[in-house]
Ligand binder design. Structure first.
Ligand code: SF4
Length: 407
């Protein structure tokens, strides 16, 4: 990603730095009842293990606030309490030791109550996210603008900013989420022009997979590519583990975070494919994800183009003549039976993660490159070598001219 990151103020959410001096971070939210401490903690751990840097939990009753005492102490990542309607629950969550609060300006509207919460956050040195949501926008703004326009969302956020700044509170992060992707993008662009606080990106109520993932990716990536955005959440209607995982993957694919997870690339397959690429790729993905290897792996349908096209991958396999050519950085290191393609890939992937690329290239089977070359040549002979185009198309030319004469 080449665009310049928007300059923002910096803040700390527990031990996670947020703002333009820091890496973009991934958030997710638990779906458990917060009062069920162990169940919630179990989900927090799972979210953290799958890529969440920050986890939000709802604080919707006093039992939830009580539970937060243990959750915050034992969580491996900072916890943000989500507060709607009841400012007293915000005070209880601060008391419980949360690392951050999210306040929805649409449903905590009393200025004095908001300022009281901000003063307590100031003392506790924890940030507040002003979380504006198109679906729960302040009624006065809905009346003023007729609907949840970008201007309305931004005005709601700025009103809240003003309340907080009036009590000298600047430890602020803002989101203006909309379920409509173009309106979401426009809202954040507008907000980014008006404040220098860090922004949390998300397409609200994006829905189940795959649509929710596409909407979230479209909205979040567009803004990140413009340098806007400091934390992200994929709001998906699915197991929150998927949110965390996809959020993290998105940042890795955009080059904004170092690779921690598997990146499986596969050719789309075509008439040249010597194997069912779709099933080999799915099988390989499941097996490699299970191993948790942070490498880029390629599954290619044919040896004619596969190893060359996937040269940048750490490791890959290409199918040819009932055999699989296992390659590392484009160099064939082993030729295996078609039925052993996935297991060979996993085995070599594990060795590669442990020993490194150079060592595994040095351990290549001596005959692998020669056998691979033979297979590729035979396949080109059967399927047609694009480099021998004139020779191979002679018959087509002859048939066409014969047809022309007969007309
Ligand atoms: S690698 Fe081979 S099978 Fe896959 S798309 Fe390219 S030419 Fe087709």
């Amino acid at each position: 990603m080449t665009s310049t990151r928007r300059n923002t103020r910096q803040l700390m959410l527990g031990n996670v730095g947020i703002g333009s001096d820091h890496k973009v971070s991934v958030q997710s939210m638990t779906t458990t009842k917060t009062r069920n401490t162990d169940e919630t903690l179990e989900q927090v751990y799972a979210l953290a293990a799958n890529g969440a840097d920050i986890v939000r939990v709802t604080c919707n009753e006093i039992e939830a606030a009580e539970s937060l005492v243990k959750i915050c102490t034992r969580s491996p990542v900072p916890i943000v309490a989500d507060i709607h309607f009841q400012y007293k629950l915000a005070l209880a969550a601060i008391e419980a030791g949360v690392q951050g609060l999210r306040l929805n300006p649409g449903n905590i509207r009393n200025e004095e109550q908001i300022k009281l919460v901000a003063k307590e956050c100031l003392k506790a040195e924890i940030p507040i996210r002003i979380g504006v949501n198109a679906g729960s926008l302040d009624k006065d703004l809905l009346d003023k603008y007729g609907e949840a326009t970008p201007e309305a969302l931004v005005e709601s956020a700025l009103n809240e900013v003003r309340y907080l700044e009036e009590v000298n509170f600047h430890n602020i992060k803002i989101s203006v989420k909309h379920s409509n992707v173009p309106l979401m993008i426009e809202s954040y662009r507008l907000l980014a022009e008006k404040v220098d606080y860090p922004l949390h990106l998300g397409v609200t109520e994006a829905g189940p997979l795959p649509g929710g993932l596409i909407k979230s990716t479209a909205g979040i990536s567009t803004l990140l590519s413009e340098g806007i955005g400091d934390t992200i959440r994929m709001s998906l209607t699915t197991d929150p583990i998927e949110e965390a995982k996809h959020g993290r993957q998105l940042l890795e694919y955009l080059g904004l975070r170092e690779r921690k997870s598997l990146d499986l690339i596969a050719c789309p397959s075509c008439g040249r494919a010597e194997v069912d690429v779709i099933s080999v790729a799915s099988e390989a993905q499941a097996a490699l994800e299970n191993e948790g290897l942070p490498i880029q792996v390629a599954v290619m349908g044919c040896v004619v183009n596969g190893p060359g096209e996937a040269r940048s991958a750490d490791i890959g396999i290409a199918a040819g003549k009932k055999r699989g050519h296992l390659f590392i950085k484009g160099e064939v290191v082993k030729v295996v039976d078609e039925k052993d393609m996935v297991s060979a890939l996993v085995q070599e992937g594990k060795l590669l993660a442990k020993e490194g690329i150079e060592a595994r290239l040095a351990a290549a089977d001596k005959d692998a490159a020669r056998i691979a070359q033979q297979d590729a040549e035979e396949l080109m002979g059967l399927q047609g070598d694009i480099n021998n185009f004139e020779e191979r198309t002679k018959s087509v030319v002859e048939i066409t001219s014969k047809q022309d004469k007969e007309k």
